[in-house]
Design a protein around this ligand. Structure first.
Ligand code: IMP
Ligand code: MG
Length: 437
């Protein structure tokens, strides 16, 4: 039995979809613990591409139960669309469950977010525009609507009417926007509620029972460490906690049940949206990474900003998440490069810093200090063992391991399930943790 957390170590889009898909094979339950439809997972199975925003990719395995946990925010319309899409593809969706304590994204959340982003002008965050921030804001404000409110047939109309009327004041008075029609919202959400009803559960209780039955649970993070509300590049972050600690809160389990924490890193770095990015490349190499890596956002289609691997961020991710091991993805994207740079430290106001600065304004002034490594200029996409890799690629991976003091357990060389090197069993291999390195 093993309970494993999988998280992104950078700004999201590290390829967690593929890694969780690989690990889901031996999982009985996959729990998504935070975020909403701002995320996007692309999974390729038998040449079919699945794009999912909220439903864990584990749904593609017939034996795996999938839970959308309490720490997530649920847009009912999109979940239902995903359910329909999966059904059409012949995937059974009876095993999808949603925590009754998860908060619900409402139509006004999107409108309010878009209005706020426009208002922020040059201070904008560059959100995915899916209403995620306002849904979490209402949760903290204690005026949110939860899945269990949605399930309450008697109370729901009153609850929704009040909520829409409150938000209409903001829409009309603050943003000069047209109000929403409460009756339309009520009618729509009553339909969503009935369709979602069979999926809604007390998630923490179900997960606890599974733990006692010694079933394998995979806790899947969305976004990445640097988009964490508390530990990321605030304010250019998302509104939830993608770091490993978020798994316990977002699933409703205690930290003692976690056996392993696996970080997923791209072999280089990307970022979507605004905010500082020291190793960003605004040149031909940046374009090459973007082209070879097909770096376009799954959710918004925006071009991702690309840059070299950042070891300062890597070490920070090891610390904040307590990583046991790493999965390095998209190594093949670097195949054509004559040389590869890795950021090992920053220069900040004339001083060398090796630790990630928690002040985003200081982070924005950081200039990367690089170590240059030789490229391998040959294709790695058919390599299936470390020994198949060119020696320069092995050197590159060893350099990353040493710099971050974390073992690399998985190397991914393409989108399909087969394009993977398992260096050591990420779940049952030797446990490292921070104290053992
Ligand atoms: P929000 O999550 O829509 O509020 O967006 C906040 C920031 O997080 C923006 O910079 C987004 O581009 C970024 N973001 C949110 N979700 C993802 C993701 O799944 N991958 C990469 N970036 C994301
Ligand atoms: Mg993504």
């Amino acid at each position: 039995m093993a309970n494993v957390i999988v998280i992104g170590t950078q700004w999201g889009d590290e390829g967690k979809g593929k890694i969780t898909d690989l690990l889901s094979r031996s999982a009985d339950i996959v729990v998504r613990y935070q975020g909403g439809i701002n995320a996007g997972h692309t999974v390729v199975v038998n040449d079919r591409t699945f794009k999912l925003h909220l439903i864990p990719s584990g749904i593609l395995y017939p034996q795996t139960d999938c839970i959308i946990g309490s720490g997530t925010v649920v847009d009912p319309k999109v979940v239902l669309q995903e359910l329909d899409q999966l059904k059409e593809l012949g995937v059974s969706t009876d095993r999808l469950y949603i925590a009754e304590t998860a908060h619900v994204t409402m139509p006004y959340h999107r409108v309010l977010e878009q209005a706020a982003e426009t208002q922020r002008a040059e201070h904008k965050i560059g959100t995915t525009g899916r209403g995620i921030g306002p849904t979490y804001a209402d949760k903290s404000e204690r005026v949110g609507i939860r899945m269990l409110d949605l399930m309450d047939r008697e109370m729901l109309p009153k609850r929704l009417r009040w909520a829409v009327e409150q938000k209409n004041i903001v829409l009309e008075k603050l943003y000069d926007l047209p109000p929403l029609n409460p009756d339309e919202v009520i009618e729509q959400y009553q339909i969503y509620a009935e369709r979602l009803r069979p999926h809604v559960i007390d998630a923490s209780l179900v997960i606890d029972r599974a733990i006692k039955e010694r079933r394998n649970i995979l806790f899947e993070g969305a976004q990445g460490t640097l988009l964490d509300l508390d530990h990321g590049t605030y304010p250019y972050v998302t509104s939830s906690n993608p770091v490993s600690g978020g798994a316990c809160i977002g699933a409703g389990v205690g930290p003692t049940v976690i056996d392993r924490i696996i970080g997923v890193s791209k072999a280089y770095t990307t970022r979507v949206g605004e905010g500082p990015f020291p190793t960003e490349l605004n040149d031909r190499v940046g374009d090459l990474l973007g082209d070879r890596g097909a770096e376009f956002g799954t959710t918004t289609g925006r071009k991702r900003r690309c840059g070299w691997f950042d070891g300062v961020i890597g070490r920070y991710a090891v610390r904040i998440n307590g990583l046991d091991c790493l999965a390095v993805t998209k190594l093949d994207v670097l195949d054509e490069l004559p040389e590869i740079q890795v950021c090992i430290a920053y220069e900040l106001d004339g001083k060398i810093v090796r630790d990630f600065p928690s002040d985003s304004r200081a982070f924005a002034r950081c200039k990367p200090i690089y170590e240059t490594l030789p490229g391998w200029r040959s294709s790695t996409k058919d390599c299936r063992a470390l020994a198949d890799l060119p020696s320069e690629a092995r050197t590159y991976l060893k350099f990353l391991e040493d710099m971050m003091s974390v073992p690399i357990a998985i190397v991914s060389l393409g989108a399909s399930r087969g394009q993977t090197i398992i260096v050591e069993d990420p779940i049952h291999g030797p446990k490292r943790g921070l104290l053992n390195v």
